[in-house]
Design a protein around this ligand. Structure first.
Ligand SMILES: Nc1ncnc2c1ncn2[C@@H]1O[C@H](COP(=O)(O)OP(=O)(O)O)[C@@H](O)[C@H]1O
Ligand SMILES: [Mg+2]
Length: 138
């Protein structure tokens, strides 16, 4: 593995939410990767991070850089996604009112992650969710 950086993501910590994905964006920019690649990776990282903040009990976000692709992964410790097919649909969200009032919960995170990734794997159970997105830059 060429490079790996991991960030701890704390549930419902809106004062720091988005910091990890913004660091990831800066790392990718500094690498001089194509603007479109950086944009796609940043969307994936941000949406994955916010899902851990909003929907889980907390976890980690990680960036891995390989010679031909970037991998962004998010891992959390539950409670898992009840119906993954439904969760992948545009506009589906279980975010409660207080989260929606903050401007989140449009139900576009997972669909956008899917659109921005070349490969996406999600495994989920009551014990947690693991998401891994791959974006090729070569
Ligand atoms: N890490 C996660 N843990 C538990 N549920 C999740 C997680 N990520 C997504 N979900 C579920 O999938 C739904 C859709 O996610 P998403 O498309 O990002 O929309 P939003 O975050 O706006 O609700 C969420 O409302 C939630 O029910
Ligand atoms: Mg989301």
């Amino acid at each position: 593995m060429a490079y790996r950086k991991e960030y701890k993501i704390i549930a419902r910590d809106f004062s720091r939410a988005g910091e990890a994905s913004s660091e990831i964006k800066n790392i990718l920019k500094q690498l001089g990767l194509d603007e479109g690649i950086v944009k796609r990776a940043s969307i994936v990282a941000y949406e994955a991070e916010m899902n851990v903040v909003i929907h889980s009990v907390g976890g980690t976000l990680a960036l891995e850089i390989y010679p031909e692709y970037i991998a962004i992964s998010a891992e959390d410790n539950g409670p898992g996604i009840k119906d993954l097919d439904l969760a992948m649909k545009e506009g589906f969200s279980t975010a409660p009112d207080e989260i929606r009032e903050m401007g989140f919960g449009a139900g576009m995170g997972l669909p956008n992650i899917k659109k921005c990734s070349d490969k996406l794997d999600i495994s989920t159970s009551r014990n947690g969710t693991y998401l891994k997105a791959i974006i090729y830059f070569k």
